[in-house]
Ligand binder design. Sequence first.
Ligand SMILES: NC(=O)c1ccc[n+]([C@@H]2O[C@H](COP(=O)([O-])OP(=O)(O)OC[C@H]3O[C@@H](n4cnc5c(N)ncnc54)[C@H](O)[C@@H]3O)[C@@H](O)[C@H]2O)c1
Length: 304
Amino acid sequence: MAAPRLEGLTAIVTGSSSGIGRGIALALAAAGARLVVCADLNEGHVTKSTLGASVKASHGAEMASRALVAAKDSDDSGDTPTHELIHARYGKERAIFLRCDISLEKSDAVNGIFSIEYAVQEAVSRTGRLDLLVNNAGAGIMDIPLHEMTAAQWNQCFAVDSTGTFIATKFAVTQFLKQDEDEHGFRGNVINVSSVAGSAGLPGCSAYCAAKSAMLGFTRSIAIEYAERRIRCNAIKPGYIMTPFLHKIIEATGDVTWLEKASPFNHLGQPQDIGNAAVWLASGRESGYVTGIDLSVDGGFLAR
Ligand SMILES: NC(=O)c1ccc[n+]([C@@H]2O[C@H](COP(=O)([O-])OP(=O)(O)OC[C@H]3O[C@@H](n4cnc5c(N)ncnc54)[C@H](O)[C@@H]3O)[C@@H](O)[C@H]2O)c1
């Protein structure tokens, strides 16, 4: 029998409690990862349970039922936190949860919130190394016209999506440089979850588009800077993926049709779609000659 695709891999996934991060953490574990460090500000998994009620209240029963049909996802795992789901499916040693804020350079002991430096230490103390960092945690600032946006709102978006990605990557790369190459000849690997918004303009989203675009430049730069030291860095650009982040947009507009039509397939993507792409990029055997790319997983959104 062939070995699992990611056998022996130790990974940190930021923003792992919800949506795309949860999809990535579950996909890495399913592909055989030895340890997934689930690093998120919140432990609980937010489900779509309030979506139908809130859309019904604001936009009526028909819209609510349309929203719920669109929100039907491939992850029927309910409210169980991501790391507990991995425990139940694959064993207790395969995941831990740490309350982390990716934008912290130092852990906040008073409030019990860790920096990603602590997540790296935990990964190394349990398995001896860190193979992969997935920078997924993100904060979208949506629907604010530029002329109404404050510098605080702009900075809030950049603090997580852009600066948080830099801080987390710095801690991971520091560890990668200390360790030997793995069986595929790599010291470490970074996957940045950007967005189609990193390549396309979206109205009311200038801060988000700029921050996600910055992630793409960062990805290319890290790929070049560390290639000789056998560290890879790639980005994924998801299109519209059904997650709690998107539920908020649907609740605000009461309509999913325009989101579905963003893809020529006329339907939304699922967290598992991004998880599948992350597994491929995580595998030195399968994507070992790939670095510095941004991979659109968007149902054709950017092809138009
Ligand atoms: N859903 C989409 O359609 C879509 C499309 C393109 C890109 N993205 C990107 O994918 C990523 C995940 O989005 P999602 O839709 O799953 O969102 P989500 O809101 O469902 O989940 C985001 C998770 O990140 C965590 N988080 C936020 N700030 C954090 C911080 N400072 N430190 C640690 N954890 C933090 C949240 O607690 C939450 O669990 C984001 O970077 C987002 O910009 C999403």
